[in-house]
Design a protein. Structure first.
Length: 400
């Protein structure tokens, strides 16, 4: 079992769904009801996943993405639109007892956005656990997930504005402008790093004596600063951390080697804590109700089928093989924490009630757990490209 599956399962077992029924006191101690009482746990986990995203950004092959931009565009469009259509349809057909009396259109749109996203952090951890980060297919999965999530974030801002009756052209344009600004800052940042490094080349002896600490401190600082900046812009912090990693990728390999020690630390302590904490939040006891359970199975089936169908359509229209289509579907099917965030938003706005929140939470966890085994099988059937080995040699060490 891949590490991330065990981490999510451990969280579910220790949360209100299992341990909460057996030993409520111990469960509430692990996950206090008051947010202020679990800030330390959340902070360490968030710190870990942001560093994980930064390290992943450093492994993105921009040349590969440029050469495959048409394929990525087709795959992204299909993997966004097909799940969104499924979500809209199910949203309008869902029994009123699960909609909480909310506006049916807004409810359906929230579900459409929730099904269209992919959890970048979960994808990264899964690819890293399986040792696939250097493969072409991993780069395609990651690029597609980033593009779809950026678009989904714009759609989420629109749906939230509709829920609050504050929808305007200005709201949409502002979100688009902020995202374009992040992209522009990433491009400019890479250029600055390239110029700075070329203008300050040090002798090998000086580099060796300086040790890894300066570059390590600079890298961690940049990742956290970028995450904080995107959070301040009302965007997802992981996007900022990922962008910072792309900027740091402009460093030459000898400079980036100073970050080698960061991989095992991030992958063995704070990042697993983040995913375990996500599992802790799951209260699946609501599935005891037959209507809720039936609806949960329908939503889960639609989530899985729509993402695989979208991946198949996008992959085949781009000339990709069946194995690549399955691998894309498996990777992008993971909804994870990003779907939980969308569910939290809908719940806070009164769009999702307790029962439907549980359904979306189940979908987020189930799709994340099933990603790794399917992806492992599909990736084994994809021929290894010569560039894969080159990228593996150049990449920072992956944790297995």
């Amino acid at each position: 079992m891949p590490a991330i599956a065990g981490e999510l399962f451990a969280g579910v077992l220790l949360g209100p769904s299992v341990l909460g029924q057996i030993a409520p006191g111990l469960s509430s101690w692990l996950l206090p009801e008051q947010v202020s009482e679990r800030l330390g746990l959340d902070a360490v986990g968030t710190f870990g996943v942001l560093l994980l995203m930064g390290l992943t950004g450093m492994q993105v092959d921009l040349n590969l993405l440029k050469s495959n931009r048409l394929a990525i565009t087709k795959i992204s469009a299909a993997c966004l639109l097909v799940p969104a259509v499924f979500g809209l349809g199910i949203g309008f057909l869902m029994p009123s007892v699960l909609t909480g009396g909310s506006n049916r259109l807004v409810f359906a749109l929230f579900l459409a956005v929730a099904l269209s996203v992919s959890a970048i952090a979960v994808i990264v951890k899964t690819l890293s656990d399986l040792g696939l980060m250097h493969r072409d297919i991993a780069q395609l999965i990651l690029a597609t997930a980033v593009i779809d999530n950026v678009i989904a974030w714009v759609l989420l801002s629109v749906v939230c504005a509709m829920a609050l009756a504050h929808l305007s052209v200005g709201t949409v344009l502002l979100t688009v402008f902020l995202i374009i600004s992040v992209v522009a800052a990433t491009i400019i940042g890479r250029k600055i790093v390239e110029v700075f490094v070329n203008s300050r080349q040090q002798p090998a002896a000086a580099e060796h004596s300086a040790g890894p600490r300066p570059i390590l401190a600079y890298a961690v600082g940049l990742v956290m600063l970028a995450a904080a900046a995107t959070h301040a812009l009302k965007l997802e912090p992981v996007l900022g951390a990922f962008a910072a990693g792309i900027v740091l990728a402009a460093l030459p390999p000898d400079r980036r080697s100073g970050l080698d020690s960061l991989h095992p630390v991030v992958n063995n302590v704070p990042a697993p804590l983040y995913f375990a904490t996500a599992g802790l939040q799951a209260d699946l006891t609501g599935l005891a109700d037959r209507t809720t359970l039936a609806a949960a199975l329908v939503v889960l089936a639609a989530a899985v089928a729509s993402k695989f169908l979208g991946a198949y359509i996008g992959a085949k229209s781009s000339g990709r093989s069946g194995a690549e289509a399955v691998a894309l579907g498996a990777g992008l099917n993971a909804r994870g924490v990003i779907q939980i965030i969308i569910a939290d938003t809908a719940y806070d706005l009164g769009i999702f009630n307790d029962s439907f929140y549980t359904i979306v939470l189940l979908t987020a966890i189930a799709t994340s757990v099933m990603a790794a085994p399917i992806l492992r099988i599909a990736a084994a059937r994809i021929a290894i490209d010569p560039d894969d080995e080159i990228r593996r040699q150049d990449a920072l060490p992956e944790a297995h």
